[in-house]
Write a protein that binds this ligand. Structure first.
Ligand code: ATP
Ligand code: MG
Ligand code: MG
Ligand code: MG
Length: 437
């Protein structure tokens, strides 16, 4: 992408109403534009990151055996009346009336809708286990939308729903999602800590929140530091195999959010390992058994011919919240420092002297070669001052920068900068491509 043709409304001003660094940086780098309280346009740069996160989540859901579909944003009130949540959900639900005076709502979550899809088609235990998911916009009329996309009113969530014949089967489905979540967050360059959590209006008795530690996090969290050192299960995990050990390795340590915090239990953690911190909830998984299937009459026939309510769980990831969450975890005084896997472009290419024909010729050639190597390039061929070009490239935080200037051109070399370490070195274009690939 040539910067002169791109839409990157970068701004120097620190927005006064943005209280946390990720929100400030998202506005300054032109990733989002606020259109109303908790409502945002995803500008091109931000949209790229959002799509990358969505894709990583999709790949890890698929690897764990979940099946993607797409449910609507607008739902009929009737389904929620069936489950009993239409009243219970309260003011966070945006209620809408259509021209026929029918009550509708903008979905804050999809347990009812998916249960309705399930009961329409699945009648036998033979179709189980089944896990269906989508990534769709949600609306929650948050009392205090704030911190930019971290607590929006309209936000993008991946939500998966598992269906099993037995409680034991449902716990296995839960374990699969638990492991898939750890792998997904790990791929994004994040350490997300699974913590015992409250179930809130979703209901159920087994639940974990996935938390990234950040001073600006809205939740108070408590855990054993040892848990931070347990690596993700890994992409070669056999999801059909036994997962209890994998779970045990991570649930053996104390880790709880404020609602589930138990001072007496926490006191048993060796003092130097007690972490009491703030955290951002980036994912949340629930097992709730037959809460919705009983209320909505979603039953399956067992091998013995008996009809029983299906066992369910639900699994959410805050895809749009993650964009802010990753920036909270990955920035320095000069701007964002994207982990490679979610960076909007792989590399930034800067032509120092675009008006010099020799320099721009070499830079154009480098642009073509980088693209041919399969890299996504943001090519700054504008004729602004080098200083402001460097600052802008640092601000938007691509992992690598390649600089083409007159001196390097003469020597047949380019300068490569690692955004994270700040390290710069001169090398041939071929070596640079190898390095940033
Ligand atoms: P919170 O405690 O932050 O209000 P929640 O517990 O209400 O979140 P869930 O119902 O568990 O949220 O939804 C699943 C995921 O969706 C959350 O873990 C979070 O990452 C994301 N999410 C929830 N509310 C918002 C929001 N207002 N803006 C952005 N992401 C959100
Ligand atoms: Mg909430
Ligand atoms: Mg919560
Ligand atoms: Mg939650």
């Amino acid at each position: 992408m040539r910067l002169s043709r791109y839409f990157l409304p970068v701004s120097k001003d620190v927005p006064a109403d943005a209280a946390i660094v990720s929100h400030q940086l998202m506005l300054r780098t032109g990733m989002v534009r606020q259109n109303g309280a908790g409502i945002y346009t995803w500008l091109p740069l931000g949209f790229r990151v959002l799509k990358k996160i969505e894709q990583i989540v999709r790949e890890e859901m698929d690897r764990a055996g979940a099946v993607e579909l797409l449910m609507p944003t607008i739902q009929q009130a009737e389904l929620w009346q069936e489950s009993g949540r239409y009243e219970a959900y309260g003011k966070e639900m945006l209620r809408i009336t259509d021209r026929h005076e029918r009550e509708m709502l903008f979905g804050p979550t999809n347990e009812e809708l998916i249960t309705d899809v399930f009961r329409a088609y699945v009648k036998s235990y033979k179709a189980l286990p089944l896990n269906l998911y989508h990534t769709q916009w949600k609306f929650r009329d948050e009392i205090r939308p704030r911190f930019g996309v971290m607590r929006g009113r309209e936000f993008l969530m991946k939500d998966a729903y598992s269906f099993d014949l037995t409680e034991e089967g449902a716990r296995k489905s839960y374990q699969k999602m638990f492991c898939a979540y750890l792998n997904a967050f790990d791929r994004m360059g994040l350490t997300a800590i699974p913590m015992q959590a409250d179930t809130g209006p979703i209901g159920g008795d087994l639940s974990h929140e996935f938390i990234i530690l950040a001073d600006t996090g809205e939740s108070a969290v408590f855990c054993d530091r040892a848990l931070l050192d347990v690596p993700a299960p890994g992409l070669d995990l056999d999801f059909d195999g036994e997962l209890s050990d994998v779970m045990e390795k991570r649930t053996q340590y104390y880790a709880a959010t404020e609602e589930k915090h138990d001072e007496a239990e926490f006191a048993k953690v060796p003092e130097d390992r007690q972490v009491s911190a703030r955290g951002i909830e980036v994912g949340h998984i629930f097992f709730f058994g037959t809460k919705y299937s009983k209320a909505m009459n979603a039953t399956v026939q067992t091998a013995e011919g008996e009809n029983v309510p299906v066992q369910m769980g639900s699994y959410g990831i805050g895809v749009s919240r993650l964009v802010g969450g990753i920036i909270e975890a990955c920035h320095d005084e000069n701007g964002i420092v994207w982990p490679k896997a979610v960076s909007p472009f792989d590399v930034g290419l800067i032509s120092m002297k675009p008006k010099d024909e020799t320099v721009s010729g070499v830079a154009d050639g480098a642009y073509a070669a980088l693209q041919a190597a399969g890299l996504d390039v943001l090519y700054d061929e504008t004729d602004e001052r080098p200083g402001s070009k460097f600052n802008r490239m640092d601000l938007i935080g691509l992992p690598w920068q390649i600089v083409i200037g007159p001196r390097g051109v003469e020597a047949g070399l380019v300068e490569v900068k690692n955004r994270k370490t700040g390290e710069k070195s001169d090398m041939t274009l071929e070596q640079a491509i190898e390095m940033v690939k």
